[in-house]
Design a protein around this ligand. Structure first.
Ligand SMILES: [Cu+2]
Length: 141
């Protein structure tokens, strides 16, 4: 009887992991020229985003433009990359070599919990344009 209980709980845990994987979605962002398409992606917590066609590009999250307590993730140059987002909020990123040309984007995970914090930042140039679009998307949610 004791052993049966153990087997059952093991199966329950395995089932939990399977269902978590079944619900997590992967979203694709494609680098086209000096643009990321789509520029803003909305995902659920636990989902991942895959950046493709990264011939001369990368993804670098920007300090102060990501949820508090999350680490600014930076991918290797010229490599397709997948990143899983667990914490809710808005994440603004740039392509390190091409932000001068405005190349970057935003990922909104669940509720845009850090909308006010992002609005309070004084950003201009390429990042400024991305932030503006992300704010507009977040406010229409
Ligand atoms: Cu680039």
């Amino acid at each position: 009887m004791k052993m049966m209980k153990k087997v059952l709980s093991g199966a329950a845990i395995a089932g939990l992991f399977l269902s978590m994987n079944a619900f997590a979605a992967d979203h694709t962002v494609t680098a086209q020229g000096l643009k990321y398409t789509p520029l803003v992606v909305k995902v659920a917590p636990g989902d991942s985003v895959s950046w493709t066609n990264m011939s001369t590009h990368n993804v670098e999250m920007i300090d102060n433009l990501i949820p508090e307590g999350t680490e600014a993730f930076k991918s290797d140059m010229s490599q397709d990359v997948t990143h899983t987002f667990d914490k809710e909020g808005i994440y603004i990123y740039k392509c390190t070599p091409h932000i001068g040309a405005g190349m970057g984007g935003a990922v909104i995970v669940g509720n845009p919990t850090n909308l006010d914090a992002i609005k309070a930042q004084d950003v201009s140039g390429g990042i400024g344009r991305i932030v503006k679009k992300a704010i507009k998307e977040a406010e229409s949610m």
